[in-house]
Design a binder for this molecule. Sequence first.
Ligand code: NPW
Ligand code: ADP
Length: 280
Amino acid sequence: MNDPMILEFTRADARRWVREPGPSDDKYTRGVLGVVTGSHDYPGAAVLGVEAAIRTGVGMLRYTGPGRVCDLVLHRRPEVVTVAGRVQAWLLGSGMDARTRTAQQRETLVAAAYSGVPCVLDAGALDLTGETSGPAVITPHARELARLLSSRGVPVTEEEISADPCSWAARAARELQSTVLLKGHQTVVSDAEGQLRVLPRATGWLATAGTGDVLAGILGALCATNAEVIVGDPRTLASVAATSVVIHSRAAELASAGGPIAALDIAGMIGRAVAELAAD
Ligand SMILES: NC(=O)C1=CN([C@@H]2O[C@H](COP(=O)(O)OP(=O)(O)OC[C@H]3O[C@@H](n4cnc5c(N)ncnc54)[C@H](OP(=O)(O)O)[C@@H]3O)[C@@H](O)[C@H]2O)[C@@H](O)CC1
Ligand SMILES: Nc1ncnc2c1ncn2[C@@H]1O[C@H](COP(=O)(O)OP(=O)(O)O)[C@@H](O)[C@H]1O
C-alpha cells in the first residue's frame, strides 16, 4: 500500500475546537446533540456516551432509546431531554448491534443519518457508513473496520489492520468516502482524502470495556458545538475527531494517575481535560 500523507496535529490545533460559551450564547446556540445509542443487551454504553457528551459540553442532549435504557440515562443525567426535536449533530450506534437491531431502530438511525447534520457512526451503526447525507465520521476498532471493509468488497483481517493502522485507516477513508477514527493502542484519524492525523499514544489502562463509548460521546459533543463549521467544510471533521482523541487521552491519564481506570471515571475527568485545553 502507498504511504499515506501524515499531517501534524498539535494541542493548538485541538484548542480551536473547544468552543467556550459567550454572553450571547444559550443552550440552542451552543449546539444540541441527538443520541441514539444503547440496547437491552448494552444499556451501559448509552449511559457512558451521554455522560461523556455532557461533560465535554453541549447546549442540550436529546436521547432516544429503549424504555429501560432511557430510564437509566435519565437516572444518571436528569438534564437529558427525551422528546424529539431539532439537533445540530447525531451520535449513533454505541451499544447497538446491527445484527439484532429491530426494523424500527434501523429506521430511527437512517432518519438521523439522512438529516444532513454531522453524524458519528459507532459500533452498531457502522453499517450505515455511506448512508448519510451530511458529514460523517466512523469510529471503528480494528475488528469492526475489518468487518466493514470486508462487507464492502475489501477483504482484510483484524490482524492486518492492527499491524498497519495508518495505511488501513487512510484506505478505508478513501474507499468509504468518510472520515475514519480508527481506535487502538495507536489511534489514527483519516479524512476522506486519506490524509492522516496520528495521535500520541494513550495510557494502556484504556484497554477496558466502555472507553470507546466515552470517546464517541466526546466526539458527538464536539460535532454538535462545531456543527456549522463542519457542515461548511466537511474536511474539518478529521480535526474535530482528532480533538476528541486528545481530550479522551488526557481525561484517561487524569483518571488513571498511573493505575487502573473504569470508563465512567474517564467521563468524570473530561471537564478538567477540556478546561486545560481551553486555558492553553
Ligand atoms: N457497558 C456497555 O454497555 C458496553 C457496551 N459495549 C458495546 O458492545 C458492543 C460490542 O462491542 P465489541 O467491541 O465487544 O464487539 P465486537 O467487535 O463484535 O467484539 C466481539 C469479539 O470479541 C471476542 N471476544 C469476546 N469475549 C472474548 C474473550 N473473553 N476473549 C477473547 N475474545 C473475546 C469475540 O470472539 P468470540 O467469542 O466470538 O470468539 C468477538 O470476536 C458495541 O455495541 C459496544 O458499543 C462495549 O463498548 C463494552 C461496554
Ligand atoms: N492498549 C491500548 N493502549 C491505549 N489505548 C487503548 C488500548 N486499547 C484500547 N485503547 C483505547 O480504548 C478505547 C477502546 O474502545 P473500544 O474498542 O470501542 O472499546 P469498548 O467497545 O469497550 O468501548 C479506544 O479509545 C482505544 O483507542
